[in-house]
Design a protein around this ligand. Sequence first.
Ligand code: CMX
Length: 406
Amino acid sequence: STDLKSVLAEKIPQQQERLKAIKKAYGSKQMGQVSVDMVIGGMRGITGVLWETSLLDPDEGIRFRGYSIPELQEKLPSAIPDGEPLPEGLMWLLLTGELPNKEQVAALSADLRSRAKLPDHVNATLKAMHPDTHPMTQFSAGVLALQPESNFAAAYEKGINKMQYWDPVYEDTMNLIAKLPALAATIYRNVYKGGELIEADPNLDWAANLAHMMGFEDQGAQELMRLYQTIHTDHEGGNGPCMVWPTRRFLSWLFRVREELGDNPSKDQVKDFVWATLKSGRVVPGYGHAVLRKTDPRYACQRVFAMKHLPDYPMFRLVSLFYEVVPSILQETGKVKNPWPNVDAHSGVLLQYYGIKEQNFYTVLFGVSRAIGVLSQAVWSRALGLPIERPKSVTMEVIEKKFSGT
Ligand code: CMX
């Protein structure tokens, strides 16, 4: 079937049974141990969340429903021959666990287009906001302003069987994801382009329409948006906030390199610059990772994109030079667990190349993409009846008393 909801509805009873069986067979088994370091360290390393849509492997990076990014670039339908995957395809995969064919992706694209219009009251809400309000705050406010349209709120008010929760959550998910490009683009045009809005193009897919409504018609920019929106959708469960600051920090760092050393610095000059950064007690932005232990595949696929579309862009050449120089320096420090670059050491440069230069907006683009992962998981969370996460907390006094023997 090309109808996502009915494909999903078929899978739900099987997965409910699967979870019941897991609970029955392994419910009392131990998944690991918790040290005081983990309690103080933001629960890092504690396995404590069920998250079906993606899994982060320390060596391979993110896998979406078992598929790596290069595999998805090969297997997911694209808008142009040999082009980047369409995020609608990844959304289908995250929701159903199955790779979609071209017809299924086209049907999902069309469904999203039919739900894409932003209600007037949301436009009015955005217009009424103080012009200095950060784009991400406007984005969050815009999402909240959509609440009157919520199917779940209406169904809950009327009274709905718990087993059916997933249905209105699915409708809300579709409606929200469909509207995010218009919401993001409206904010972009309001904040940076004098409020002159651009209508959606009925012939474009979801991500290309985002680029189009922001004002970017270049094929390359639309391809980049498809790739960007695909690779940022999910990064397993339990992610914290502030995930896009490193993109900005990396870019500022790159701008400083250009200012001080020009477009064509030597390897030795770049080495000295990196060491100076480390010696001043700062981290090298865009490098290292809490879990990953090799080059982030999201970095790698953006590098391939850059080599194809913008091989001579001076900022990309600098990024490449850093790739040659930084890992061995970080290794030399002897303490950095992962000397390889992460996604943030690449995204910014690609956006800059296509003229999306407003760095405060990058977090919104990230938010549009991540919504796909988080909301797909939300549908499953309701389908499986998962509870609210409620980890136990303790005070310092509890730790002291427990281990000091007093
Ligand atoms: N430059 C300099 N020092 C670094 C470093 C880097 N890029 N990455 C790690 N280190 C240092 C740590 O600061 C730590 O030093 P201290 O022991 O003196 O405190 C030591 O190496 C060990 O840290 P780690 O276990 O390797 O890394 P963490 O899990 O503590 O931190 C991260 C991970 C991402 C916060 C860190 O690598 C970092 O600050 N990187 C730069 C910022 C960045 O690119 N963040 C983007 C993350 C993207 C994502 O998560 O997807």
